[in-house]
Structures are given as C-alpha cells and as structure tokens.
Design a protein around this ligand. Structure first.
Ligand code: ARG
Length: 481
C-alpha cells in the first residue's frame, strides 16, 4: 500500500488536497430524511402487497402486517439511533458489531453484506426498475429477459457513475427522486380516498375473512412487508458524513419512518378499495393494475413513478452500501484499496466500483421474489445481533455518554422480533436456500483466520493495490472525528 505522501509526489494538484483526506459532512436533515425515506420507498410498495395478502389471506390481516412492519422499523431505527450517537462512526451494523461484540462476527457481516446482501438488493431493485421501464415498450407482447437484464445493468452503471462523481450529486438525486415518488404515492392515496368516498368500502366489510394464521406464513408475510421498509437503518451507514449527527440522526428517523408507514398503509387501503383480494392476487404488478382501473390512460404516471422510485432507492442502497464496504476495509477486514477515497472528488470510489461489479454479476441469475426472502432472512439475523450488542452496552456500560437514549424495552422487543423472523420461516416453511445462506456466512470464518487474524497479504496483492491506487487516483482516508 502506498501512503499519502508517496501519492503526493506524483501529482502537484493532489498535494494540497490529500492532507487529512476524509469524506465531508455534507448530509443535512433534509438529505438525511430523504436518504431514509428514499431508500425505504423503492420497489416493495408497488410489488409486495399481493404477496403479503397471499401469505395471510385477508385484507385486514394484510394491513395489520404492514402496520406491524412499520412499527418494527420505527423501534429498530430508534434503537439504532442510540447506537449511532454513541458510536459515531459510519458503517452501520458492521461497526456496531465490531465495537460491541467482536471482530469475527463483524467480519462475517462485512463479508456477507458486501458480497451478497447489498449487491443482491441493488440487483433486485434495479431488476424491478428495468421491468417497469421495459414493460412500457412491450405492452402487447412478453418482454425479452435479456432486455430487462441489460436495462437493469445500465441502471447500476449510471448509479455507479453518479456516486463516484460526487456526494452532493448523489444526495441531490436522492432528494429529487424521494419527492417524486412521494408525489406518485399521494396520487394513489388520493385515488383510494375518492373510491372510498364513492362507497367502494368492501375492504372494510368482513376484512378478516379467510385469514391464515400460523407462525410460518406470518413470518414470510413479514419478510415481504419488511422488504418494503428496509432502508430504515440506512443513515447509520453514513454517520460520519452527517452534519450534527447527535441531533439529526434521531430526528431524521422520527420524521422519515412514521411518514413512510402512513404512506404505505394508505396506499394499501387504496389498492384494496380498487381491487378485490382475488383481483389483487392475480396481478403481476399491483400498482399498474390499480392504475389501469383507476387512472385509465394516465397509468403511465404510475409506471414513471415506479421507475423513479426504484431508481432512487437503488441510489440510496448504493450510497450507503459503498460506505459499509469502505469502513470494513478501513478496519482491515477487506482489502486496503476498498478503504480509499478519490483524492479530488472525495468519494469512496473503489468501494463503489467493487459494489457495482458484484451487483452486475448478481443481475444475471437473479429473480426478485427469492432475493426478497433471502435478503430479509440475512438482514434480520444481523439486525438481531446488532441489537443484542446495544442491550449489552446498555446493561454493562450504563455510564457512557449517550446523546440519545432509547428505553430498554424497545431493543428487547426488536430482539424478540428478529429471533422470531429468523427462526419462523426456517421452522415452519423450511427451504434449502436458508441453509445455503447460513453455510455462506459461516464460510467467511475460513477467510477470517488467515486474512484478518494472521494478516496474510501476498506481495502481488500489494503491488496490485499500488497500481489500482494510481489508476483510480485514490488514497487512504481518515475517519471523520
Ligand atoms: N425498501 C426497498 C424497496 O422496497 C428496498 C431497500 C433495500 N435497500 C437497503 N438498503 N436495505 O425496494
């Protein structure tokens, strides 16, 4: 690895800038709210409602699941807000597990998150973006899969360029797209209100008929709902770039998540006001079927809205996912090159390029619904571990300064929920895929021992790092204090 000084002698211009190279604090409250809400609102609210209904059987139970998912997201985010104000480093779950629990579990999280979870969610959201965009060109015939996949790949590349260019561009895109998608959801909500006012109130009658009970189906229904809420923890991945994090982190969480929860519940009511449960179950894309019924020729607004929404959410996932990779590399858990930042643009470009690369590979075999189930399983496993770390410091280190304190009952509830979410689908509807995920996570241990524990780093690796460093114009960056 070359250090900053070596890099400086290469380029005069770089000289002035690499002193104390670090990512700037550019995220204010508005961008923080839109980073959370803009990542949460993505594909889910337009694709998952029929799956939640499918697993629980009735509109009433569906709405309860959506409300419970929102509540869980709020409780989870409040717990994370305390963690984020105590441990002021970026990296989200990764850094909390590293500081509170230990190096091996943190490494396993970084490994799983960087190699699978984040790229899979970027691939999943980009695929839904592509499906909606391509569908508008193939209205009367089936869409060729290769076109869908190429469009998804193009989406990922554009996001990569935006995020590598500069932080402000990425956050501005986030703000604009968040506003646009909220507007489209407000159209859906207003349409639903009109239908209810006109007397389409069948959703309110016998709304619990055919409800399916049982731990397994409810667990999987939660997975589908929680995919739509995922992103509630996103701000914690970028704490070091947040202005005044002690105040803005809890505040952004308390604005963004209740807002998204209300929007989701009202949008679901609107879907039920326009369609019977069996109509809803037979659609491919709920929002489009809703548009055809309610807006007629104006359905394109919904298609456009979904495209904007998914693009914005993928941008948020990209933005924060790149940071987790960057922080894990800075802590020595991933190759050094991934912990560097561009000397002029101050973006963690190697980490972003790496995330792009894996996401592109994931697009090739992926299908949306299996990504969602596996994503939620893995994500909640690590959320549970993170929360147990919070409980540990709350009990063992009650005296460390805490700008924001969450009542202990909240992380306890989230921990119980995450244990249930991880175990219920394994016990009640076991699938081999969950086992594969578990094996994959544990296989990280084999890498951990030589690479992290014994710091094995072949010479060739160092020279590759050096070349990449010169090629990408990046240098090691410091932590933001
Ligand atoms: N909630 C988003 C959606 O409905 C998915 C967000 C995934 N990204 C993430 N960073 N967790 O599409």
């Amino acid at each position: 690895m070359i250090n900053k000084e070596n890099m400086l002698s290469d380029d005069e211009k770089v000289t002035q800038k690499t002193e104390n190279l670090h990512l700037r604090r550019e995220i204010g409250l508005v961008s923080a709210v839109s980073l959370i809400a803009g990542t949460m609102i993505g594909s889910g609210i337009f694709m998952s409602p029929q799956w939640v209904l499918y697993y629980v059987g009735s509109p009433g139970a569906s709405l309860l699941i959506w409300a419970a998912c929102g509540l869980l997201a709020i409780l989870g985010a409040l717990s994370y807000a305390e963690l984020g104000t105590v441990i002021k480093e970026s990296g989200g779950e990764y850094i909390y597990i590293l500081r509170n629990i230990g190096s091996l579990p943190a490494f396993l999280l970084a490994f799983t998150s960087v190699m699978v979870v984040r790229p899979a969610s970027i691939a999943g959201i980009s695929l839904s973006f592509a499906e909606y965009v391509v569908a508008s060109f193939y209205q009367d015939c089936p869409m060729p899969q290769v076109v869908v996949k190429c469009t998804a790949a193009a989406c990922v590349m554009v996001l990569a360029i935006i995020n590598c260019l500069n932080v402000r561009l990425a956050t501005s895109i986030m703000n604009i797209f968040t506003a646009a998608k909220i507007l489209v959801l407000l159209v859906i909500i207003a349409g639903g209100m009109v239908l209810l006012a006109k007397g389409n109130t069948q959703v309110l009658q016998n709304s619990f008929e055919n409800t399916v009970t049982g731990f397994g189906p409810i667990g999987v229904a939660f997975y589908q709902g929680l995919w739509s809420y995922d992103g509630w923890n996103n701000l914690n991945s970028v704490t070091e770039e947040l202005k005044n994090p002690e105040v803005n982190l809890p505040r952004a969480v308390m604005i963004a998540i209740p807002l998204v929860t209300c929007i989701y519940l009202l949008a679901n009511i609107s879907y039920f006001a326009a369609m019977t449960p069996s109509e809803l179950l037979s659609t491919d894309a709920v929002a489009i079927s809703w548009g055809i019924k309610v807006l007629g020729t104006w359905t394109w607004i919904i298609s456009l809205g979904v495209a904007l929404s998914t693009f914005g959410s993928a941008n948020g996932t990209f933005f924060s996912g790149g940071r987790v990779c960057y922080v894990a590399a800075r802590e020595g858990h991933l190759p050094d090159i991934l912990s560097m930042a561009h000397v002029n643009r101050l973006t963690p470009s190697p980490a972003l390029i790496f995330t792009t690369f894996i996401s592109l590979i994931m697009i090739i075999p992926s299908d949306f619904s299996s990504i969602v189930n596996l994503f939620s399983f893995t994500a909640w496993l690590f959320y549970g571990i993170t929360i147990s770390g919070l409980l540990y410091i709350k009990i063992k280190k009650p005296d460390i300064p805490r700008p924001y304190k969450v009542p202990i009952i909240i992380p306890i509830i989230v921990l119980i929920a995450s244990v249930y979410l991880v175990l219920a689908p394994i016990i009640f509807s076991p699938q081999l895929e969950y086992l594969y995920v578990a094996i994959f996570i544990l296989s990280g241990t084999i890498l951990y021992i030589p690479v992290v524990r014994y710091k094995w780093s072949p010479k060739a690796f160092r020279s590759i790092t050096l070349h990449l460093q010169l090629l990408l114009e990046v240098a090691p960056a410091d932590k933001n204090q």
